[in-house]
Write a protein that binds this ligand. Structure first.
Ligand code: NDP
Length: 278
């Protein structure tokens, strides 16, 4: 390792360090059939982790697992589950603990599909989305905490800039992300105050070029989207280095500052950034 590090730039030393941390690590990634979750599965696989992935579509999960094995995962398994149900969040964690013999990283990333449109009073959808995007996260985290405590592991929550500031056309989604930030922000304090072994990272992402996100914003807003694979790698590094927060891309952090410092200007920019005719 010492020889390898000689004359290597800082960033590649960092990637090698993460590589050694993650080799053989026991990882559960949710929402890993597509998008950022799928890209995280491939990165963990390249780092030689032991992986369990989950989402609803079994056939797609099967294909992702096959690719993970070809990329170098020590182990790659899937379990299909619907996070809107009461039983599946527990079932997925139990399956992982049984198959991997414990857990080092729990990466909660899944989201239910939601319209990108003006709020039209669909309470049922909001309730359902809250179950998928929020309650299942709480349930899985609670189920996995004893194992993470034992392994000095990490809990990683994938959130959004919309968990820090509201935007139009995403009221139910924004509510679920604010709930995540509030709940896990509180838990972060509690874990630190009781000197827990578990690190908790909350990841604030801006617009990322996944198919589902691009489909929604195309023609409505013209903001550059960051690459999903790079977003995935940054989330993994944040968990592996036990940082409390990630802002990706970097300008999401700047936006969280301007919304408090110059709210009028920020609101003006937000309201004029969309192609919307009432
Ligand atoms: P995708 O829509 O690409 O992926 C969502 C994943 O969740 C899929 O694997 C889907 O698989 C799974 N899923 C959907 N519904 C359920 C359900 N009921 N139960 C279990 N799994 C489900 O999302 P992204 O990759 O774009 O986003 C990933 C994360 O990043 C999310 O937390 C999102 O909020 C966050 N983020 C993304 C941004 C972006 O611009 N892309 C911006 C900011 C944050 P299946 O259909 O097979 O169940």
């Amino acid at each position: 390792i010492k020889l390898y590090f000689q004359n290597k730039p800082l960033c590649s030393r960092f990637v090698v360090l993460v590589f050694f941390t993650l080799q053989g690590a026991r990882v559960l990634v949710t929402g890993a059939s597509t998008g950022i979750g799928e890209q995280m599965a491939y990165h963990y696989a390249r780092f030689g982790a032991q992986l369990v992935i989950t989402a609803r579509r079994e056939k797609v999960l099967q294909q992702v697992v096959e690719k993970c094995l070809s990329l170098g995962a020590q182990k790659a398994l899937y379990i299909a589950g619907d996070m809107a149900t009461e039983s599946d969040p527990d079932k997925v964690v139990e399956f992982t603990l049984e198959k991997l013999g414990g857990l080092d990283y729990l990466v909660l990333n899944h989201i239910g599909p939601t319209p990108f449109s003006v709020w039209k009073g669909d309470i049922e959808h909001t309730r359902w989305l809250m179950k998928v995007n929020f309650f299942s996260y709480v349930q899985m985290a609670w189920k996995a905490l004893p194992s993470l405590e034992q392994s000095k592991g990490s809990l990683v929550i994938v959130s959004s800039l919309l968990g820090k500031m509201a935007g139009p056309f995403t009221a139910p989604y924004t509510a679920t992300k604010f709930a995540l930030n509030g709940f896990f922000g509180s838990l972060q304090h509690e874990l630190a105050m009781k000197n827990s072994n578990v690190s908790l990272s909350i990841c604030t992402l801006g617009l990322i070029d996944t198919d589902s996100a691009m489909e929604k914003v195309r023609g409505v807003i013209d903001v550059p989207a960051a690459p999903a694979s790079e977003a995935a790698l940054n989330i993994i590094k944040t968990g592996a280095t036990r940082q409390e927060e990630l802002y990706y891309p970097w300008n999401t952090f700047a936006v969280t500052l301007t919304k408090d410092w110059i709210p009028f200007a920020t609101n003006y920019i937000i309201r004029h950034a969309y192609n919307y005719i009432p």
